[in-house]
Design a protein around this ligand. Structure first.
Ligand code: ARG
Length: 269
């Protein structure tokens, strides 16, 4: 794990845990009856809304933790469900639709590497922070003229994912002109455009940017002055304090046991 790109929130002493204990998570730990929490869902299920195109937090693979779904958020959600004695179901959708899905009760919570911010707080409640990140710029390996965020203003063609915090940072904070911005639903599609020279940079979250850069022979440029720290949190429907408390309990336990750090290491390899 590279420093600065992805940080699990540290609370107290980290216990050493085996990776196997984290990865599998098979079988419930506690079988409490909490069917009231996901009141609209049949039986004993709790539904996580996500957008599984955000490695290492959520992605699809041949055999994931829940069906084809894998990643840090999936591991966390599985633990939340296990602690509640419930079965985890995953609803994969466009990132843009997640806030509406949780606020209308289509899903019980959103775990999607989602940055907690005031804009979103108008519509959902957020858990405690479980990871911190920052935006980075993914550029061609031989790029020398983008070394800081300001350089993007220099007539650069910039890609952002629709509705991500990177979108509002590029649009509102950096004020890149609209005709220089390309928006897509997946970071991967934008990174292809950097690869073939149609875009100069993609602005995206650090850990995902790093994963995409590594896979595509590109590089990551950081600018800690321009890009503030972002706090990832789980979103629930406004006022659902019962579920929020349970989520926070599981998060605190995963942080203090060192499990969160283990997940960061495991999924960044
Ligand atoms: N942290 C960024 C945001 O909140 C990007 C999250 C993207 N997550 C995803 N699962 N696609 O906007």
């Amino acid at each position: 794990m590279k420093k600065g790109l992805l940080k699990a929130v540290a609370l107290g002493a980290a216990a050493v845990m085996s990776v196997a204990a984290i990865a599998g998570c098979a079988g419930g730990n506690k079988a409490e009856n909490n069917a009231d929490v996901a009141n609209d869902n049949a039986g004993n299920k709790i539904i996580m809304g996500t957008n599984a195109a955000f490695q290492p937090f959520e992605f699809t693979t041949t055999s994931g933790i829940v069906g084809e779904f894998d990643g840090i958020d999936v591991a966390i959600a599985k633990q939340i469900a296990d602690d509640m004695g419930m079965e985890l179901e995953i609803a994969d959708m466009e990132f843009d639709g997640l806030i509406a899905a949780v606020s209308t009760g289509k899903v019980d919570f959103v775990a999607a590497g989602m940055t907690a911010n005031d804009e979103r707080r108008k519509n959902v409640d957020f858990s405690d922070t479980y990871f911190t990140a920052a935006q980075v710029m993914v550029v061609a390996a031989d790029n020398t003229d983008i070394t800081k965020a300001e350089d993007l203003k220099n007539n650069k063609k910039v890609g952002v994912v629709l509705g991500y915090t990177g979108d509002s940072i590029v649009t509102e904070d950096l004020e890149i002109p609209e005709d220089k911005i390309t928006r897509a639903n997946r970071g991967l599609d934008l990174v292809q455009e950097v690869k073939n020279g149609k875009l100069d940079a993609v602005v995206i979250d650090s850990a995902t940017g790093k994963a995409l850069a590594e896979k595509n022979g590109l590089k990551v440029v950081e600018d800690s002055e321009a890009f503030e720290t972002e706090e990832y949190a789980i979103a629930v429907k406004k006022g659902n304090t019962e579920l929020l408390d349970k989520i926070n309990t599981t998060l605190a336990e995963m942080i203090s046991s060192g499990k969160m750090d283990e997940l960061a290491i495991q999924y960044n390899e």
